[in-house]
Write a protein of this length. Structure first.
Ligand SMILES: C[S@@+](CC[C@H](N)C(=O)[O-])C[C@H]1O[C@@H](n2cnc3c(N)ncnc32)[C@H](O)[C@@H]1O
Length: 249
């Protein structure tokens, strides 16, 4: 996926569209996982950090935060938002660092930006390398192979405040070339202080089964737990989204 097709003009409206997303709960969940598995240390890597909302919440509560994202526009916003964090531009698949981390997060379906099993393996092995012994990785799998839920129809999200109206239509379909890749096209209409603009955003996401992800993590060396939603309840088929937690043994 050429990165210039993702979140260009739309980056500055990303936080508006996701204004109701429960970032606080997600950060609380990660902290409860850290307590449960006795993660020591304060160094967190937030992979595919986007506009840095998780990063800000972590760094405001005393963690040293490094955020990594492929998208320069998203990173500009993150840098303004979380002044004490460090932000780096890189693909998750090729990120390198001399430093090792106590925790790695990769949230809001960002793990699905690995388009096939080989990319996923590479990324998970990278997470393993980047963690200290006893370190923890946490990510959600928003797009699951074979799960129809988000595939097919169209979804409309809107946001409005004085002088600004946003409407975003999203369509998710299996790619013609590979049924395990989900293609999401967004058409975003923005009316900002009377000026109308629009953007087309295209995303390609790899879909994996829960078992594939679990096996990939186990092969990389992780001890794996799967929770249901951002809670410490075990994942079942009725859970909202699987949250994978890997502990580096
Ligand atoms: C759905 S957003 C999630 C952002 C953030 N984690 C959040 O919860 O708001 C996905 C993010 O992944 C980034 N991204 C996509 N592909 C990536 C890749 N290969 N490596 C690093 N970041 C990537 C995008 O630029 C975008 O900021």
């Amino acid at each position: 996926m050429p990165k210039e097709r993702l979140y260009k003009k739309y980056a500055k409206f990303y936080d508006k569209i996701y204004a109701k997303k429960s970032y606080v709960e997600e950060v609380e969940f990660v902290r409860s996982v850290m307590r449960k598995f006795k993660a020591k240390g304060k160094n967190i890597l937030d992979m595919a950090c986007g506009t840095g909302t998780h990063a800000k919440l972590f760094s405001d509560s005393g963690f040293r935060l490094v955020g990594v994202d492929i998208n320069r526009e998203m990173l500009k916003i993150a840098r303004k938002k979380a002044k004490n964090a460090i932000f780096l531009e890189s693909q998750m698949q090729s990120f390198r660092s001399k430093d090792k981390f106590d925790v790695i997060t990769c949230l809001f379906s960002a793990i699905n930006y690995n388009r096939n099993l080989s990319e996923l393996k590479n990324t998970i092995m990278k997470f393993y390398e980047l963690l200290k012994k006893g370190g923890i990785v946490v990510f959600d799998l928003g797009f699951i192979k074979g799960k129809k839920g988000r595939i097919g129809g169209a979804k409309l999200d809107t946001y409005s405040e004085k002088g600004l109206q946003i409407a975003r239509i999203g369509q998710a379909n299996p790619s013609k070339d590979d049924p395990d890749v989900c293609k999401i096209d967004f058409l975003i209409f923005i009316k900002n202080k009377g000026t109308i603009d629009f953007e087309i955003d295209e995303h390609e996401l790899g879909m994996f089964s829960v078992r594939e992800v679990k096996n990939t993590m186990a092969k990389a060396g992780f001890s794996v737990k799967i929770y249901g939603g951002f809670t410490l309840k075990k994942f079942t088929n009725k859970s909202k989204v699987p949250i994978f937690v890997g502990i580096k043994k």
